[in-house]
Design a protein around this ligand. Structure first.
Ligand code: ADP
Ligand code: MG
Length: 529
């Protein structure tokens, strides 16, 4: 043991013992989200330090909110966050797969198979899955796109709300879809989300363009302008503050007045320049001098000040305007276009709604309480993530674990082409993939083994059997494609790749230093019935 003081509370664990502890940590963590998987997944009640609560069954939300110190548990949470970042969904599946891969690896290691052999087998299995997935994927149709978006909300909120949010997510994804160097891009961060407590969840809606809780400089103008031009200034139209290090000796009040008059004259000239450009709306990041109100009103220009830079960026994308630093730099080619700009009072707050033909969208999340609104927000983020994925890569696979079972079957045949112990590792990988259909069944109160055997039998029996699995909501074995239980290929691919990489990293660690602590299920996570 070292005499370095911070190492006193740590111990060095080597080899198998370290691995066993790490695998236990992964299993403990995965058990915290296991019961949330799928349409029958239970919600969790999260408690924070202040006693605030949140009810959710979103895997990544649960894990990210857990106060976990264990290095391997942290790594697993990172896998889930990466899955969320790259694929926006499949976070619970990724964690469950990692834990199962590790558990199966441990079984082999206990039989004296070296971790490096398991690692090699897992890497070969992943490669095989990636090739096989291409053959299992199918092209999207408009109807399937909607179904996939709804599938991402399985187990979250009510059916009617799922349909509504999925529909809104599809509208938003269409609004932000664009072509970049021949590639279709759909960036969900282009959709701004604002929340409004009050109203029904199904009142939540997408507006093409931007909605901001902002009042116009003057409420006197008409509440609506149609088909107009907008200027965006990354600065203000106000008195320039003369440098702090500048001292002016004012002997005579008239001098001060003259300064002010001169400044005002310059500001008026700026407004005149804006009027000459024929704009209808202007938005500035900084202030607009109060003395300019009437001039803007007379010209019928709606002015908005102190608009956040990030909102100006969204406005620029939505309207095609170019941000300039000062009015003097503005030319006609910098202006953007909008179809309608209006001011609406809702729940005591004035909102500026700028509608455009595309480029940006705003989702207004509504619900009866703050918690409900937050859940609507999270559901929308999932649905939008899936919708955007599908715009960028329009390929689907069958859900409900059908694809995992099909991959496992193919892997077992592939394993036969290997001799020796690597074959066992590939078989262990195949077994791990089946954790998805097994837990989906378990969470629905069904016998996991029974269901798995039925699914495998169906897949063997039917033509194109690889799309068969158990529909938890329909309570029957079904063709997942026909039942509309489908998911983006990218999500399944990423969950499998991310979890394999995480499992391999854990298997590679054979000597670690860590603080004294045991693997436990994170505090503050309770099952909710
Ligand atoms: P994740 O965080 O991994 O996305 P979810 O709780 O969202 O976890 O569950 C997703 C899983 O539920 C997917 O495997 C999906 O195919 C499956 N699923 C969704 N609806 C059904 C259904 N009706 N029957 C069976 N499985 C379903
Ligand atoms: Mg999901």
């Amino acid at each position: 043991m070292s005499d370095v003081s911070f190492l006193k509370e740590t111990s060095r664990t080597a080899g198998r013992d370290a691995l066993r502890k790490n695998i236990n940590a992964a299993i403990a963590l995965s058990s915290a989200v296991r019961s949330t998987l799928g349409p029958s997944g239970q919600d969790k009640l999260l408690l924070d330090d202040q006693g605030r609560t949140m009810v959710t069954n979103d895997g990544v939300t649960i894990l990210e909110s857990a106060r976990v110190e264990h290095p391997i548990a942290k790594m697993l949470i990172q896998t889930s966050s990466t899955q969320d970042y790259i694929a926006r969904d499949g976070t619970t599946s990724a964690v469950l797969l990692t834990a199962e891969l590790l558990q199966n690896a441990w079984r082999l290691i206990e039989q004296d198979i070296h971790p490096s052999v398991v690692i090699r087998g897992y890497a070969s299995a992943l490669k095989h899955c990636q090739t096989e997935l291409v053959g299992l994927a199918f092209d999207i149709t408009k109807e399937l796109m909607e179904k996939a978006t709804i599938t991402s909300l399985a187990g979250k909120t009510h059916k009617a709300v799922q349909h509504h949010i999925a529909h809104q997510a599809l509208l938003a994804s269409t609004a932000v879809k664009e072509s970049q160097a021949g590639e279709v891009k759909c960036d969900p961060t282009r959709v701004k989300v604002i929340t409004q407590t009050g109203g029904k969840m199904t009142d939540s809606e997408v507006v093409n363009g931007l909605v901001l809780p902002k009042k116009p400089l003057s409420p006197k103008l008409a509440k609506k302008v149609q088909n107009g031009a907008i200027a965006l200034i990354d600065g203000g139209i106000e008195h320039e503050s003369h440098g702090l290090d500048m001292k002016i000796q004012v002997d005579n009040i008239g001098v001060f007045e003259q300064f002010r008059k001169h400044d005002l004259q310059q500001l008026h000239e700026k407004v005149d320049a804006l009027i000459a450009l024929g704009i209808n709306v202007i938005a500035c990041r900084e202030g607009i001098d109060d003395a300019l109100h009437s001039r803007f009103v007379d010209a019928g220009i709606h002015a908005y000040r102190r608009v956040a830079r990030s909102d100006l960026d969204v406005l620029a994308r939505a309207t095609g305007a170019r941000l300039v630093h000062q009015v003097e730099d503005l030319t006609a080619s910098d202006l953007g276009q909008f179809s309608q700009s209006s001011s609406v009072q809702e729940g005591g707050v004035t909102h500026w709604i700028l509608e455009t033909s595309g480029g940006a969208a705003t989702f207004v999340a509504r619900g009866s309480t703050d918690d409900v609104v937050a859940e609507v927000e999270r559901c929308f983020a999932d649905a939008l993530g899936v919708a955007c994925q599908l715009v960028e890569e329009p390929s689907l696979v069958a859900g409900g674990g059908a694809t995992h079972v099909a991959l496992a079957r193919s892997l077992r045949r592939y394993a036969e082409t290997f001799s020796g112990r690597e074959q066992l590792a590939i078989d262990a990988y195949a077994d791990a993939l089946e954790v998805i259909p097994r837990i989906l069944a378990e969470n629905a109160g069904l016998d996991p083994l029974d269901i798995l055997l039925q699914v495998v039998a169906h897949q063997i029996e039917k033509e194109h059997g690889e799309v068969y699995a158990f529909d938890i909501e329909g309570k029957t074995l079904a063709n997942m494609k026909e039942a509309g239980i489908v998911e983006p290929l990218r999500i399944t691919r990423q969950a499998i790749a991310g979890s394999t990489q995480a499992a391999i990293s854990v298997l590679r660690i054979d000597d670690i230093l860590w603080a004294k602590q045991e693997a436990v299920i994170p505090e503050g996570i309770l099952d909710e019935d």
